[in-house]
Design a protein around this ligand. Structure first.
Ligand code: 48F
Length: 260
């Protein structure tokens, strides 16, 4: 008979390994659980797609938690209110088309909604490389946060029909391709431009795209890849960018399924 402590550990192992096993192959692999990634994952799952999310930090939520200069309030504009529908939050009007939501409530609600819709979120996993097959991104290579570069421990891989780089300012996956000289000219990672909130907010929605077969960008990664303006502590564009990525990826997968 196992001890109480052994049974606790066994319960964790069984649950986690079941989850990890399900997550290994998905329709869409979202890397980075900030506002755009969580929003994309949530919407893709609502459309019936199997979604795995990898987040290198302990806590999903990305830049939401810190609000602005660690003041944990998040501003969204009127146009983004629709994106918040169905997420249990009451944005407070702040005048002239701006609304404020509690940053902690937003981050935790997005995580809860994504999980409720069936997204598998794996934290403390860092995407350190991409899987390529016939010039198409077909997955990522990931390791435990803290291991790469420190210890000789090999990573594991996750496969998906589409991969979304939602790693924020880092645009980590796009940079990996760029580092190997595999990107087309238009998607050269430039780093984002100086602050211009209205233009930056529109840019991260309008320029969501597949930058390489199988690899999409959303949120701040869009600005980093295409040199869009930064926008500072306003989050509506991030939420809308994630939703736009979900719509475009879903459409692209539907078209692929029809043509195969
Ligand atoms: O930075 P982040 O919140 O990106 P976002 O969704 O939103 C940007 C805003 O937070 C803010 C802003 C608002 O106007 O400009 O900056 O575009 O979330 C990115 C997440 O990706 C994780 C990182 O820890 C963060 O939680 N991440 C980054 N690189 C990796 C990664 C990686 N290689 N593997 C896994 N996770």
């Amino acid at each position: 008979m196992d001890s109480y402590e052994t049974r606790i550990t066994r319960a964790i192992l069984d649950a986690y390994h079941g989850k990890l096993s399900r997550a290994l192959v998905s329709d869409v692999l979202v890397v980075g659980a900030g506002p755009s990634g969580l929003m994309a994952a949530m919407h893709l799952a609502a459309k019936g797609r199997a979604v795995t999310m990898l987040e290198k930090r302990l806590t999903p939520g990305g830049g939401i938690w810190g609000g602005a200069m660690a003041m944990n309030e998040v501003v969204v504009q009127k146009e983004a209110l629709e994106a918040l529908e169905g997420i249990a939050l009451r944005p407070h009007p702040a005048g002239e088309g701006l609304f404020v939501v509690d940053a902690l409530a937003l981050a935790s609600s997005l995580c809860a909604k994504a999980l409720e819709r069936g997204v598998v979120i794996l934290n403390l996993l860092v995407a350190e490389d991409l899987c390529l097959q016939e010039e198409q991104v077909v997955g990522v290579v990931a390791n435990r946060t803290g291991l790469p570069g420190h210890l000789p421990v090999d990573p594991i891989s996750f496969r998906a029909k589409a991969v979304l780089d939602a790693t924020g300012h880092e645009a980590a996956l796009v940079r990996m391709l760029h580092g190997r000289g595999l990107l087309k000219d238009h998607a050269t990672p430039l780093g984002e431009g100086p602050m211009n909130a209205p233009e930056g907010e529109a840019f991260v929605v309008d320029r969501v795209e597949e930058v390489f077969p199988g690899l999409w960008v959303s949120g701040m990664s869009v600005a980093a890849v295409f040199g869009g303006p930064r926008m500072g502590p306003i989050f509506g564009g991030m939420l809308r960018s994630g939703r736009q990525a979900a719509d475009l990826i879903d459409l692209s997968l539907a078209l692929d399924a029809r043509s195969s």
